[in-house]
Design a protein around this ligand. Structure first.
Ligand code: AMP
Length: 398
C-alpha cells in the first residue's frame, strides 16, 4: 500500500512517499517559499536520484499539485497513477484535548480541527490547508491526521495544570499539552525493542533535541510528563526559544523595553535560546565550534542547554520513581556527543553512565552508548513520518 505523508507549514510542504509492504521510502522532499517569488522543490528518489526545481507556487494546493506531478513524472517519479496513492497521512501540530490519537478525517473532524486553530494559530491553519488541498486533489484517498500533542494526552492533571485560576483552564483550555509526541512515541517504542524488554515495564526518558527541544517521561509506554507546555516555547532551551521562563520576568521586560505582545512573542520565540545567550548562532554545530575556540558566551549557551536537559532527567526520574533508560534523538541528540556527555555526566547516581568511546564513535543508527549499567543510554534516530504512515495504514485498514 502506497502512503503519502505530508507536513504542511506556513510556507512549506514536506513529503514522503512510502511503500508500506516493506516500509520502504520511495521518495521524499519538500516545497519551500510557497507564496513568495522563486519557490523551490527539492525531490529525492530512493535510488539517490535528486532534482531541484524552481517555479511560482502560489498556495498549498499548488504545492501539493507540484509534488504529485513530480511523483508521477517520467524522469523523476516513482508512481504511474495518482490512484496508486491509497491514503494520505498529515502531521497536525495541535489536537487540543479532543484528539488523543490519530483519526480518519471526515467533515466532523474537519470542524474539530478548525476548533483547535485558536490553540495553535501559527501551525494548525497551514496543516488544515494541506488537508483541504489533498481532499480536492486526491478525493478517493482517505486522509488521516496525526497529532503532535496526542501522545501526551494521557498526562495526569497534576502534571498538565498550571498554577493559574482553574477557570482559565476551563474557559480557554490553558494547560500544558506537550509536542513532538510522534517522535517521543516512536523512540520510546524503539528503545524497548533495543532493550529487548516490554515497554509496559519500562521507565524511559526521551530527549528530542533538535531546533525545537522537548523531553518526555514515558512510563509503561505512556507519556506522563513532558517539557513543552501550552505552546512549544516551554521547557528546554532551544535554538531561538527561551524554554522555561518566569512569566513575571517577561512582564518586567515588556514594561522596561516598552514592547507589546507581538514583539514579546518574537523575543521569546525567535531571539532567545542558544542564539540569544550566545549572540553567535541558533545552530548547535556553530555553538560547539565557537565554545571550543574559547568564545565564553557560546560556552555559556552550551552549558545552559545541557544543564537544563540534565535537570529535567532528574525531575522525570523522580516523577516516574526511577529510570530504565534515556534516549537521545533529533539533530542534536543524534549527532552531538558533547551534548550527550555534558548531560549524562554526573548522573551515575541514577544508574546512568556513558561509554565515552561508544558516545564519540561515528556510528549511526540505533545504538547503546552506555556501560551497560542499571539504566541504559541510547541514541535512536527519530522517524516521525514513518509513524504517520503506520497510523494511516492502521486507520485505513480498520
Ligand atoms: P533538527 O531540528 O532535528 O533537524 O536539528 C537541528 C539541530 O541539530 C541544529 O541545532 C543543528 O546544529 C544540530 N546538529 C545537526 N548535526 C549536528 C552535529 N553533528 N553536532 C551538533 N549538532 C548538530
Amino acid at each position: 500500500m502506497i502512503i503519502l505523508v505530508l507536513n504542511s507549514g506556513s510556507s512549506s510542504v514536506k513529503y514522503r512517499l512510502f511503500e508500506m509492504g516493506g516500509e520502504r521510502c520511495l521518495a521524499w522532499g519538500g516545497v519551500e517559499r510557497i507564496g513568495a517569488r522563486g519557490a523551490i522543490l527539492n525531490h529525492q528518489r530512493y535510488d539517490g536520484h535528486k532534482v531541484k526545481l524552481a517555479g511560482e507556487i502560489v498556495d498549498h494546493q499548488a504545492a501539493i499539485e507540484y509534488i504529485l506531478a513530480i511523483l508521477l513524472s517520467k524522469n523523476h517519479g516513482v508512481i504511474g497513477e495518482r490512484s496508486e496513492i491509497k491514503a494520505v497521512g498529515h502531521r497536525v501540530v495541535h489536537g487540543g484535548e479532543k484528539f488523543t490519537g490519530s483519526v480518519l478525517i471526515d467533515t466532523e473532524v474537519m470542524t474539530q480541527l478548525h476548533d483547535c486553530i485558536e490553540l495553535a494559530p501559527l501551525h494548525n491553519p497551514h496543516n488544515i490547508k494541506g488537508i483541504t488541498a489533498c481532499r480536492a486533489l486526491l478525493p478517493d484517498a482517505p486522509q488521516v491526521a496525526v497529532f503532535d500533542t496526542a501522545f501526551h494526552q494521557q498526562m495526569p492533571d497534576y502534571a498538565y495544570l498550571y498554577g493559574l485560576p482553574y477557570i482559565l483552564y476551563k474557559r480557554y483550555g490553558v494547560r500544558r499539552y506537550g509536542f513532538h509526541g510522534t517522535s517521543h512515541r516512536y523512540v520510546s517504542d524503539r528503545a524497548a525493542r533495543l532493550m529487548e524488554r516490554p515497554i509496559e515495564e519500562l521507565k524511559l526518558i526521551t530527549c528530542h533535541l533538535g531546533n525545537g527541544c522537548s523531553i518526555a517521561a514515558v512510563k509503561g509506554g505512556v507519556s506522563v510528563d513532558t517539557s513543552m507546555g501550552f505552546t512549544p516555547t516551554e521547557g528546554l532551551l532551544m535554538g531561538t526559544r527561551t524554554g522555561d521562563l518566569d512569566p513575571a520576568a517577561l512582564l518586567y521586560i515588556m514594561s522596561r523595553e516598552e514592547i507589546g505582545i507581538g514583539e514579546a512573542n518574537s523575543l521569546i520565540n525567535k531571539h532567545s535560546g542558544l542564539q540569544g545567550i550566545s549572540g553567535v548562532s541558533n545552530d548547535m554545530r556553530e555553538i560547539e565550534a565557537e565554545a571550543a575556540a574559547g568564545n565564553a558566551r557560546a560556552e555559556l549557551a552550551l552549558s545552559v542547554f545541557c544543564y537544563r536537559v540534565k535537570k529535567y532527567i532528574g525531575a522525570y526520574a523522580a516523577a516516574m520513581g526511577g529510570i530504565d533508560g534515556v534516549v537521545f534523538t533529533g539533530g542534536i541528540g543524534e549527532n552531538s556527543s558533547e551534548v550527550r556527555h555534558r548531560t549524562i555526566d554526573g548522573l551515575q547516581f541514577l544508574g546512568l553512565e556513558l561509554d565515552p568511546e561508544a558516545n564519540r564513535s561515528n556510528d549511526t543508527g540505533e545504538r547503546f552508548i552506555d556501560r551497560g549499567g542499571p539504566a541504559r543510554v541510547m541514541v535512536i534516530p527519530t522517524n516521525e513520518e514513518l509513524v504517520i504512515a503506520r497510523d494511516t495504514v492502521g486507520l485505513v485498514n480498520h
